[in-house]
Design a binder for this molecule. Structure first.
Ligand SMILES: [Zn+2]
Length: 307
């Protein structure tokens, strides 16, 4: 069992390193200690034990967790929800209505997203969350974690249709899932990710909507918390717009088959600072770019079909 790093990154907010794909500082689950305890995301189905080890390290018993707020249902964020609720009998799994049924019956998740990274034999770890513990939301709902501590749901579709971000009153903190992209704090690298189901126009309008909130800290699952909120949203707007324009331009010119190669070329420049972390760099340049190329292509095909 690897040593799990935990850090109180803001008062009563603990960052647990899930060690996704064995890579440190790439995928976090956050624990909020209000009068009620909440997890922001569950992490991947292959790292549930790491989350439990992290909770143990910060002195929290799984059975005391009241909520798991899922940013979206991609496996690296919610794959562990089923396993975790088996240990968290009173936890409610909060998830966008577009994704809820796939947490209750994960068979489709395996088909649509299961090949990305990791060992396919580990898919048996993907367990259903009982419907009685799943709460569906569509945006606008508020949950209380105790006096003056609320979590508000904000629908932020784009990266996927089932994306929700969560605004936590205590730090005016936004838990943004993948809706702002992968932002690696230590390297200051921001990379958009377009999964199948991606909608470019919605991604840009969600970014705008998030930037207009009174946010003082942004908590990224990939990776860490950032306080220079204005700069991050400006950087994100630039990256998501430019990557989308690159893909859309190729698509419209009948060169959709070049999207993957051109995005990879662009990524090599944008994420150069990550080169020293070889397994992370290879994953981002490899699997994630292939996934994004697919996401952009499908998005612009749908858009063209709509006319
Ligand atoms: Zn995602």
């Amino acid at each position: 069992m690897p040593e799990i790093e935990t850090k109180e990154i803001a008062k009563d907010v603990f960052q647990i390193d899930t060690l996704l794909l064995g890579i440190p500082h790439f995928c976090a689950v956050y624990l909020i200690k209000g009068e009620k305890l909440a997890l922001m995301d569950a992490g991947d189905h292959t790292t549930a034990d790491n989350v439990l080890a992290g909770l143990k390290k910060v002195g929290v018993a799984p059975q005391d967790i009241s909520y798991i707020f899922c940013s979206h249902i991609h496996l690296d964020h919610s794959g562990a929800a089923g396993q975790l609720v088996e240990r968290m009998p009173k936890a409610q799994v909060v998830v966008h209505e577009r994704g809820a049924r796939h947490l209750i019956d994960p068979s489709k998740l395996i088909e649509s997203y299961g090949n990305l990274g990791g060992d396919p034999t580990l898919r048996k770890l993907l367990r259903p969350a009982p419907a009685s513990q799943v709460v569906t939301v569509k945006g606008g709902e508020t949950f209380s974690l105790g006096r003056d501590k609320t979590v508000q749901v904000i629908a932020t579709p784009g990266h996927a249709p089932h994306c929700a971000s969560y605004f936590y009153s205590q730090h005016r903190g936004l838990f943004c899932g993948d809706s702002v992209g992968i932002y690696l704090a230590e390297e200051k690298v921001l990379m958009p990710v377009a999964a199948p189901g991606y909608d470019h126009d919605l991604a840009l309008s969600s970014l705008k909507a998030m930037a207009s909130l009174p946010v003082e800290s942004v908590f990224f699952p990939h990776w860490s918390m950032h306080k220079n909120v204005k700069d991050i949203f400006a950087f994100a707007q630039k990256q998501w717009s430019e990557w989308g324009a690159l893909a859309e331009g190729l698509f419209k010119a009948g060169k959709a088959d070049q999207i993957e190669e051109k995005l990879r070329e662009r990524a090599r420049k944008d994420i150069r600072a990550v080169e020293g972390r070889k397994s992370l760099y290879d994953y981002m340049i490899g699997d994630l770019i292939s996934l994004s190329a697919q996401g952009y292509k499908l998005c612009f095909e749908r858009k063209a079909a709509r006319g």
